[in-house]
Design a protein around this ligand. Structure first.
Ligand SMILES: Cc1cc2nc3c(=O)[nH]c(=O)nc-3n(C[C@H](O)[C@H](O)[C@H](O)COP(=O)(O)OP(=O)(O)OC[C@H]3O[C@@H](n4cnc5c(N)ncnc54)[C@H](O)[C@@H]3O)c2cc1C
Length: 600
């Protein structure tokens, strides 16, 4: 059975040493996040993830969720108790606002904790994870009354939240939503319609569930301009604010799906359920985007998390399993065979996994810091700069992070050979669980379109220019140190490819939008490589400084430098190929008539 140990040393390295969280002590919420507190929180969260959540991962997957006759849903054995412990330990409140009972700690710390929970048990972590997004939407758009009513309970994880967008005819294209919201005399709305694929739509972890639902009012304009957001509790609240009468929203079925079996993915039937408008009528999509942006970063972290868990189990197997001999002659002559660790091809997969997980962790945690800075930085200019980069990087973290997370999960399954394909060994669960992250919260192709179609052009390309400048500055500084010069040269070259690709898009995407659509995916991966390159430069620089300073943790920093070198040598060369492929344009992709795709 797989095991999981939270990568606490690496998270502390990124937060304390690379991002230097201490430098922000003046900002609200950061004073309570000194290096020693960060260390304590990280270690405690790691312990909870490894000891409480990881042991329920395989059993939860096997048992799945069960819908009872009355429409209620039972989560797998142990989940309710684990959620009780999660709630009591305050993990859900970590970076929630103090005003509503949260601890107000920086998101950068919250993101690290989220990774551990998701790596230990992705299906479990989704229950509280979605609630965080719902809290953000209510914070931004809810009325004072709605905030007072729901947020303290949701922040405390006494009630969990959901996000209801998808309908049978409407996935990516939310303009097709049909669910209706009829105004009632008391100011509420009667919500009627069917939502599908709703994560954590029904469960037994809490005594109320707060659904955020997209629906149309009677005279709403067609398309996305006519969508409004509603808050619909499973149980209506009594005069004291406690769950009372059952609302007319029920789980009609649980979807049978490839992975995350322990998370109840529900068909939700709204049959005149009572709901209340959140924010302005017909402005629901903007409100939901607040939730989706947070959730997209969370899904990117899921990709990283599954990769980390799979990597750890790939390593432990490669160190035990004996097959064949090293190409250079036996390493363990007293044994009949050497371990898998001697084979360069196995090590290639392990090193790729290290380079991705460590680079992605740094990128995700930097994004967490950018979330904090976009709200709390001292000047308007700094807040805007953080917000620009965060907006640009969100689809990259989601799209590139989950694509590579899935790749690592399958590579680690590969390290296990045939045994990786056998259910009881647990490696295939990582693959199944990681797969959904590429699809939901906006499929990765849609993330690529968000990057190319929206984020690049915003404010005259200010965000991508800022990324180019940041990478350029980091490369120039690193080149001065011979230990970093090779990596810096490679990242600089990849940054040049990204600049050329951006220019090509500007010239060719405008004249024919299909050129932008056909190249968007490659562009997203190219941006991912450059963003990870920036992270590796920062991490390698930090490692060099620590070694020069005589750190007692020499092995950790030396391993960082080797992994940085692997990233430079093995990831950055792809940048040129991605650009060239993108520049092939859309002609062959769009040439065949639809009927020519059909065989026969
Ligand atoms: C396990 C699970 C949990 C989920 N949880 C939730 C949840 O909690 N709440 C919720 O509301 N939904 C949820 N979803 C729904 C999920 O977000 C959607 O499935 C997803 O957004 C894609 O929509 P779709 O399935 O209708 O695919 P479609 O929109 O039909 O897309 C099919 C393919 O076409 C591509 N495509 C579509 N439009 C475009 C375009 N304009 N440009 C380029 N490519 C395009 C997509 O990238 C995709 O590859 C969940 C789904 C699953 C499977």
């Amino acid at each position: 059975m797989p095991s999981f140990v939270a990568p606490t040393r690496d998270a502390r390295f990124v937060i304390n040493e690379v991002l230097r969280i201490d430098d922000y002590a003046e900002l609200p919420g950061f004073a309570g996040a000194s290096a020693d507190i960060v260390d304590a929180v990280i270690e405690e969260a790691g312990k909870f993830a490894s000891e409480v959540l990881a042991p329920l991962n395989a059993s939860g997957d096997q048992e799945g969720c069960t819908r009872q006759q009355d429409g209620s849903v039972a989560t797998p054995a142990g989940f309710k108790e684990a959620h009780g412990q999660f709630r009591e330990s305050g993990w859900g409140t970590l970076s929630a606002p103090e005003e509503f009972g949260g601890q107000g700690m920086p998101h950068v710390l919250g993101f690290a904790v989220e990774e551990f929970m998701s790596a230990a048990n992705m299906a479990f972590a989704m229950y509280p994870g979605l609630t965080g997004g719902a809290v953000n939407a209510l914070l931004a758009k809810g009325s004072t009354d709605q905030q007072q009513t729901y947020l303290p309970k949701m922040v405390a994880n006494e009630w969990l939240g959901t996000m209801n967008l998808t309908e049978p005819q409407c996935g990516t294209d939310l303009g097709l939503i049909r669910t209706k919201a009829e105004p009632q005399a008391d100011g509420s709305f009667a919500i009627t319609g069917t939502k599908i694929f709703i994560s954590a739509g029904e469960h037994d972890l809490t005594d109320n569930i707060i659904h955020l639902v997209l629906a149309r009012t009677p005279d709403a304009p067609e398309g996305t301009k006519g969508i409004s957001l509603f808050v619909v509790p499973k149980f209506l609240l009594d005069a004291d604010g406690n769950p009372g009468e059952r609302n007319a929203v029920m789980c009609g079925a649980i979807e049978h799906k490839m992975g995350i079996h322990a998370n109840a993915t529900c068909v939700m039937n709204y049959d005149g359920a009572t709901g209340w408008l959140v924010g302005e009528e017909n402005k629901g999509l903007a409100a939901m985007f607040i939730m989706m942006n947070a959730a997209r970063l969370g899904v990117g972290i899921q990709g990283l998390a599954q990769a980390e868990a799979a990597y750890q189990n790939g390593v432990s197997y490669a160190q035990e399993r004996r097959q064949g001999r090293a190409l250079t002659g036996p390493e363990d002559p007293n044994e009949k065979a050497d371990t898998l660790m001697v084979h360069p091809d196995v090590r290639r997969m392990l090193m790729d996994s290290r380079a991705f997980t460590e680079g992605m962790r740094a990128l995700a945690l930097w994004a967490g810091l950018l979330v904090d800075l976009s709200h709390k930085a001292a000047t308007e200019e700094d807040r805007t700069a953080a917000d620009d980069l965060l907006g640009l990087l969100t689809p990259v973290i989601k799209g590139y992070g989950t694509d590579l997370g899935y790749k690592v999960a399958t590579d680690m399954q590969q390290v296990w050979g045939g045994h990786g394909y056998i259910v009881e060994n647990g490696m295939e669960q990582f693959v199944r669980d990681a797969r959904i992250a590429m699809i939901y919260e906006g499929a990765n192709g849609v993330q690529a379109m968000d990057l190319v179609g929206r984020k690049l052009a915003m404010n005259g390309g200010r965000a991508i220019q800022a990324l180019f400048a940041e990478v350029g500055k980091e490369c120039a500084a690193a080149k001065a140190d011979e230990r970093l010069a090779d990596l810096a040269g490679r990242v600089e070259k990849a940054n040049g490819e990204l600049q050329a690709a951006t220019m090509w898009l500007m010239q060719n995407g405008l004249s024919n939008p299909n050129n932008a659509g056909a190249g968007a995916y490659d562009y997203m991966h190219l941006t991912g490589i450059v963003a990870l390159g920036l992270m590796w430069l920062r991490m390698a620089g930090t490692a060099v400084a620590a070694l020069d300073g005589g750190s007692s943790d020499k092995a950790f920093y030396e391993a960082k430098l080797v992994t940085a070198r692997h990233f430079g040598e093995r990831f950055t060369p792809e940048a040129g190929a991605l650009r060239r492929r993108m520049e092939a344009g859309c002609e062959a992709i769009m040439a065949l008539p639809d009927e020519a795709f059909v065989r026969g």
